[in-house]
Write a protein that binds this ligand. Sequence first.
Ligand SMILES: [Mn+2]
Length: 248
Amino acid sequence: MTKNIYFASDFHLGAPNYDESRKREMHIVNWLNSIESTCEELFLMGDIFDFWFEYYKVIPKGFIRLQGKLAQMADAGIKIYFFKGNHDMWVNDYFIKEIGIEIISDELIIERNGKKFYLHHGDGLGPGDAKYKFLRKIFRNPFCQWLFSVLPPRIGMFVANGWSGNSRLANDKKEVFLGEEQEWLAIYAKEQLQKEHFDYFIFGHRHLPLDIKLNSNSRYVNLGEWINYNSYGVFDGQELRLEYFKGN
Ligand SMILES: [Mn+2]
């Protein structure tokens, strides 16, 4: 490895309204401009969009600068991964074809420079949240997705925007640290460690930047979100750090 690997999640583009989302999108593009020359791989780890649905021949309006920037980075040889989040799991082949990114549906386990990473958006893992775990099965069911896809976009997008408008971030709720014993993704990571060693667990979804030591050689890093924190992970081949983009 001669360059860095970057990780970010939970941009929630589209929320809470057009103007704020557009400002945030520019900020994210500025961040991508700032890391581009040192970036070998980019992991976008879910909830990049507050809502995304790909119809057979139609995609949602907007977010064109981010898409253009990602396309340009991919064309320059940077490998980009896009994890399905709970807000944007309905990606199909559009970004694969148009940008050349890879879509990841669940967890992805990678090894870089001798370090083992467990990567996942973080939704539906660990104890609790039975209601969401049930909904996730419906949202991810191909027949249910097909039913939604035959609704006219005007109706489908109306329903979906109402739904995602209820999300934690859209309502500007700031998350609070629950303590290591209560943080469900830390509990989940510790369970995985019983079976197998990982140096790093990286999740999004929690909307709170976290860096928790799980044992003497494993850590759980949460990527936070981009409404309040502008937080991201960077791995330079030696260590993983949680950083905050302060740029313009
Ligand atoms: Mn999220």
